[in-house]
Design a protein around this ligand. Structure first.
Ligand SMILES: *[C@@H]1O[C@H](CO)[C@@H](O)[C@H](O)[C@H]1NC(C)=O
Ligand SMILES: *[C@@H]1O[C@H](CO)[C@@H](O)[C@H](O)[C@H]1NC(C)=O
Ligand SMILES: *[C@@H]1O[C@H](CO)[C@@H](O)[C@H](O)[C@H]1NC(C)=O
Ligand SMILES: *[C@@H]1O[C@H](CO)[C@@H](O)[C@H](O)[C@H]1NC(C)=O
Ligand SMILES: *[C@@H]1O[C@H](CO)[C@@H](O)[C@H](O)[C@H]1NC(C)=O
Ligand SMILES: *[C@@H]1O[C@H](CO)[C@@H](O)[C@H](O)[C@H]1NC(C)=O
Ligand SMILES: *[C@@H]1O[C@H](CO)[C@@H](O)[C@H](O)[C@H]1NC(C)=O
Length: 349
């Protein structure tokens, strides 16, 4: 299912009122301390270099296999210090600080972690001396965290998400160069004002549009329709156009938000089981996004089941589509107010 960005957009655009809970003391149980401080004996601060902060969350970039030919079934375990130590070149181009946020596969990143990450990045970028941040992350859900940060971080400074498709132990491991390029980008003036970005395999992509497209290949992150923002040659970033952000890109101030609503995503298909909508609601979903067929349509019985659920409960049900590109288009059959909100890649209707 490619249009995760679209779906996430729906969730964030549509459920703001659900998401914004009452102000409470924030995230007190989760504390992250810098494990790699900017000032240390090996790397005294060079005031003419940009200050970049790395937030490490885990993923393949922090993984090791048992042999150098193993590229699946490896295990996570490298900490932020080891990631930095493996690429000493980054200490020549930046003053680095590093936080260990989590050390998990990206499938285990949850809203507690992403809310805390957004909070810490906002705090970090508010410091005058900090030029930008890098997030190291598993690739499977990298696009979700990147998209979330794009909407939840308010700064012109670069937020750069990087990962790897091969573990650190593999022949031709891609993590080290991706990290070097990520840090380079985070410290680059030319990267400002472009929102959150992803850097893998020399490509610089916008978090708003970029998705993972291939489960195994290195060249997996791109956006078919919107294209890339730029690319690296000889570790220098080049951009195709001057800084801009997508039309319709929204900012959410999550500074008082302590948890995100449970939103289920249902994937439409031939013979889709109409019971899934009610089952989601029964399991506590506070909203449903469905990845409809084509431009957002739903197989007949499922359509009726969703409408019945909406009529009975008022549960927000939002249309997206499983097609990877194109515009959302959905007209409710009777003109009633079922599927009240839809939006697609930069537009909300
Ligand atoms: C500090 O960084 C600048 C710019 O890269 C470099 O020219 C200079 O040699 C560095 N100074 C030290 C002490 O490493
Ligand atoms: C990096 O931080 C140091 C120490 O706070 C500061 O002197 C320096 O100006 C900063 N570098 C940049 C490029 O802002
Ligand atoms: C860092 O820069 C210095 C001075 O140019 C150079 O001698 C050293 O090899 C560089 N280190 C790395 C890891 O690139
Ligand atoms: C997210 O994961 C962390 C660490 O495992 C856990 O403490 C937290 O309760 C989880 N949050 C949610 C919303 O499940
Ligand atoms: C967050 O809470 C503080 C303190 O109650 C309040 O001043 C501020 O306006 C709130 N921010 C948002 C975005 O709701
Ligand atoms: C939902 O409610 C609308 C408006 O009352 C009605 O026209 C429609 O038939 C209902 N849909 C179903 C599936 O019950
Ligand atoms: C449906 O729309 C009508 C007219 O705009 C409104 O009065 C009604 O409250 C809406 N129903 C729901 C469940 O949102």
């Amino acid at each position: 299912m490619r249009p995760v960005n679209t779906i996430t957009a729906h969730v964030l655009f549509s459920f703001t009122s659900l998401v914004l809970g009452s102000p409470v003391a924030r995230h007190e149980s989760v504390q992250f301390h810098p494990l790699f401080a900017r000032q240390n004996i090996q790397t005294p601060i060079n005031a003419s270099l940009p200050n970049v902060t790395i937030f490490a969350t885990g993923g393949t970039i922090a993984s090791q296999g048992s042999t150098n030919t193993q590229t699946v079934g490896y295990s996570i375990g490298l900490g932020v210090q080891q990631l930095i130590s493996a690429v000493p070149e980054i200490l020549n181009i930046s003053n680095i600080a590093g936080y260990q946020v989590s050390n998990v596969a990206s499938g285990s990143i949850n809203s507690t972690i992403s809310l805390k990450l957004a909070e810490m990045i906002n705090e970090e970028l508010a410091k005058e001396e900090v030029s930008g941040v890098v997030v190291t992350h598993g690739t499977d859900t990298l696009e979700e965290t990147a998209f979330f940060l794009d909407l939840a971080v308010k700064s012109d400074k670069p937020v750069v998400c990087v990962g790897a498709m091969r573990p650190a132990t593999a022949l031709s491991a891609d993590g080290p160069l991706n990290l070097l390029q990520g840090v380079t980008l985070a410290g680059s003036e030319a990267a400002r004002g472009r929102g959150t970005m992803l850097v893998l395999n020399d490509r610089i992509g916008s978090a708003f549009y970029t998705t993972k497209n291939n489960a195994n290949s290195l060249d997996t992150f791109y956006s078919t329709e919107a294209g890339q923002l730029g690319f690296f040659i000889n570790q220098v970033p080049y951009f195709y156009f001057s800084p801009s952000v997508p039309i319709g890109r929204t900012y959410f101030d999550l500074s008082n938000v302590t948890s995100l609503a449970q939103i289920d995503i249902l994937y439409a298909h031939q013979d889709m089981d109409p019971a899934l909508f009610k089952a989601s609601y029964a399991a506590g979903a506070q909203g449903i996004v469905y990845a409809g067929v084509g431009a957002g349509g739903m197989p007949g019985k499922a359509d009726t089941a969703a409408e019945e659920l909406f009529n009975a409960t008022g549960l927000p049900i939002v249309a997206s589509h499983r097609s990877s590109d194109g515009f959302w288009f959905f007209q409710s059959s009777e003109g009633q107010n079922f599927t009240a909100v839809g939006c697609y890649e930069g537009f909300s209707v």
